[in-house]
Ligand binder design. Structure first.
Ligand code: IYR
Length: 224
């Protein structure tokens, strides 16, 4: 290995094999309770919880550790209203035909449409941005690597952290998403990656049957 600064791995925890097995089973049981929710309560969620979850997302691995992401956490009713209005405008043309027949058919079992009241009802929207240029320091402007992969992993960490905290989420991808840059005051070099809707579920929240059909281990994995 090349000469480089490093420190010993002090925070690794090894579990006995039987405990490893029960922990992996427990994690599976926990994460399979995570569902995309489209009806949110307007109950507030403390900013500190959101901060902790974003800190967790920020520990994700990334290309050259450049951490090419930005999380704009929106709690302001005014900003949420702007996001809802602009998202719904795009969604209306999407559902009116821009998506194409095949895509619209694929969405039918989810029951989604252009109305997005949850963008105002949910206490928090987290707009995730990716950075093509950056570096390990916030003000660097070097090339970033594996940006999509890195931001995808961080987003996964964030969803997991929010779920573990007892909140529900929706991964929302209005198409196009570029309006988020302006609404969230983000610079030119960043691209909107995803909008996460975060909060408590409404009392009458439901899960579409289609969304709970998960492929079996055999269908998603091979062991060589
Ligand atoms: N962005 C639209 C459409 C949509 C697209 C996919 I792919 C989904 O899995 C769900 C919805 C919307 O949010 O309604």
């Amino acid at each position: 290995m090349q000469q480089h600064d490093s420190s010993p791995l002090l925070d690794y925890i090894e579990y006995p094999e039987n405990e490893m097995l029960t922990r992996s089973e427990h994690f599976y049981q926990e994460i399979k309770r995570r569902h995309s929710i489209r009806k949110f309560s307007d109950r507030p969620v403390a900013r500190e919880v959101i901060e902790n979850c974003i800190k967790a997302a920020g520990t994700a691995p990334s290309g050259a550790n450049h951490q090419p992401w930005h999380f704009a956490a929106v709690n302001s009713a005014e900003v949420k209203k702007q996001i809802r209005e602009q998202a719904e405008e795009h969604e209306r043309s999407f559902y009116a035909g821009r998506a194409g027949e095949e895509w619209l058919n694929a969405l039918k079992p989810l029951g989604t449409d252009a109305d997005k009241p949850y963008l105002e009802h949910a206490p928090w929207l987290i707009a995730i941005f990716s950075q093509k240029k950056g570096g390990i320091h916030a003000d660097d402007s070097n090339t970033n690597y594996y940006v999509h992969e890195s931001v995808g992993i961080a987003t996964g960490f964030l969803i997991n952290a929010l779920h573990s905290s007892g909140l529900v989420t929706l991964t929302h991808t209005p198409k196009p998403m570029s309006f988020l840059s302006k609404v969230c005051n983000r610079p030119e070099n960043e691209r909107a990656y995803m909008l996460l809707v975060v909060g408590y579920p409404a009392e009458d929240a439901t899960i579409p049957h289609h969304a709970s059909v998960k492929k079996s281990l055999d269908e998603i994995a091979t062991f060589l």
